[in-house]
Every structure is written in structure tokens, then in C-alpha cells.
Design a binder for this molecule. Sequence first.
Ligand SMILES: [Zn+2]
Length: 144
Amino acid sequence: MTQSNETAHSSPHVMIPKPDELDLDLYQAIVRQGGICMQRCTACHAHTHPPRYYCPACSSPEFSFAPVSGIGVVYSYTVSHMSVEPAWQPHLPFLTLVVELEEGPRIVATARHIEVASVKIGMPVRVISEAKGTDFVIFWAEPR
Ligand SMILES: [Zn+2]
């Protein structure tokens, strides 16, 4: 994944990542379908994230990007007290969570409406997406 600030959807100081290959396919599917999508193996139905060319469960190369609930629990987290990215500075301090989704895979999301002092491992959350143009989304995790 490379970075660019050349998209029409960003100010000159906001860097929007430009994903490629399977990552780009996943982000575009999420933007098209809304909500959260995840790679799902056509042969064994296992969900995989981030996407891979071959299913880690059965090695099949056949898959789709299927909608998932976004429901999960906090598996791990970190607190950012500073950021070199101007777009994130108004959100400081913010929580970056690893959320274990009910479909199995874990996904990295930024916490929203969760205070740093109140986050707990195992806390129920829902992951949602916010489109940034057609090729990238931000994953947010909110309490549920
Ligand atoms: Zn499989």
C-alpha cells in the first residue's frame, strides 16, 4: 500500500492510503456494498482478513467479498497520544483496537465514542466503515 494526497477527496494535508491488489478489491467491495465485507472462501466458507490469494483453511483460490455483521469484541488495543498525520491530531488521544469479529478474523479499527479510560479487553463493539473516495475506507469501532 502506498500513500498519496492527490485524491479529490482529501485536503492537501490529509493523506489517503492507496491500496493495491487484493486490498484494493476489498476496499472497493466495501465502498460498493456499504457496511463491512470480508473475503469468504467459496469452497469452505471460511472468512479471511486481510484478503489472500489462497484460502488459509483449504488453499482454494475461489472467493467473494461477502457482507459481515461487524459485531465483535476488543481483542487488543493501543492508545496514541501523538500523530504525525494532521488528520488524526484532532482525535488525540485515540484508541486503535484489534477487534475479533464473530466470523473469526480480527480487524484493526479506530475507536469512536469509547473513552480511553473505559476500554476493556473483551468489550463488545461493532465495526463500521467510512468511505474515503472509491478505493479506501476507515474502519471505526463503536460500543454496542
Ligand atoms: Zn477455504
